[in-house]
Design a protein around this ligand. Structure first.
Ligand SMILES: Nc1ncnc2c1ncn2[C@@H]1O[C@H](COP(=O)(O)OP(=O)(O)OP(=O)(O)O)[C@@H](O)[C@H]1O
Ligand SMILES: [Mg+2]
Length: 235
């Protein structure tokens, strides 16, 4: 289990997260719902050790991650797909995937991971030698998720993976993410513009408002009452 306890974090003296606590469990998709500027991306950066906390801690299987570098956190199985994909546009699909695998693991494991990724996203398997920049927007998002999977994560943090995608592709990507969590037993923490769609494909949800967690609830409960979600996202 990935556990955040009392995480407080800020930029230049301004607090952005106030004592945030949450749990991400294996084999489960957890959605973080909140309006623009609520602190969702900052929370993910905090988990990855990209921003040192003012207070609180992140633990993996009960062990504190404080003081570890981001690459050490990745090596322990916590991987972030950041906002805006950050692919290498001139490199091929295969090369982008290999970058994800370069952080560790033997050749056999890399082969297994590549097989998993191309099984989940067959279109990537067919376009391994194509430059990443020539992929469609949806294919690029799949590549970003696929690249993260190459690092053999146990916990995957996805920051708006479907931004800019057509509704049908968005739906497919969300379904794939659910499938990844179930088939590989991953814990996924998902931030998504389209909160309702994410909730439909997730198990548990946290609502974050102005840097504070204000609700922790089964996703189905929010799906059944969309007005609640509208109220939280209203700003
Ligand atoms: N590098 C930074 N320096 C200063 N302030 C920042 C920085 N990054 C984020 N902030 C501020 O922290 C707050 C939370 O930002 P964050 O990016 O975490 O929000 P978010 O919930 O991910 O929003 P969005 O849905 O728009 O992506 C905002 O008020 C933002 O202006
Ligand atoms: Mg964000």
């Amino acid at each position: 289990m990935l556990q955040v306890d009392g995480l407080t974090l800020g930029y230049a003296g301004i607090r952005v997260l106030e004592e945030v606590s949450l749990r991400v469990r294996e084999n489960t998709v957890t959605t973080l719902v909140g309006s623009n500027g609520a602190g969702k991306s900052t929370l993910m950066k905090g988990i990855m050790g990209l921003k040192p906390p003012l207070a609180g801690e992140v633990r993996l299987d009960g062990i504190r991650l404080a003081g570890l570098s981001t690459s050490e956190i990745v090596a322990r199985g916590v991987v972030l797909v950041p906002e805006g994909r950050e692919l290498f546009p001139k490199m091929t699909v295969l090369e982008n995937l290999q970058v994800g695998a370069s952080l560790g693991g033997d050749e056999a494991r890399k082969k297994r991971n590549l097989a998993t990724v191309t099984e989940l996203f067959p279109v990537l398997g067919r376009k391994l030698s194509m430059a990443a920049r020539n992929l469609s927007g949806g294919e690029q998002q799949m590549l970003a998720v696929g690249r993260a999977l190459m690092a053999s994560p146990r916990f995957l943090l996805l920051d708006e993976p479907s931004i800019g995608l057509a509704p049908l592709i968005e739906e497919q990507l969300m379904a794939s993410i659910r499938q990844v969590a179930n088939e590989l037993g991953l814990g996924v923490l998902l931030v998504e513009q389209n909160a309702m769609l994410a909730l439909e494909h997730s198990d548990w949800a946290y609502v974050i408002e102005l840097g504070r967690i204000t609700k922790s609830v089964a996703s189905a409960e929010l799906v059944d009452d969309p007005s609640i979600v509208d109220a939280y996202l209203g700003g």
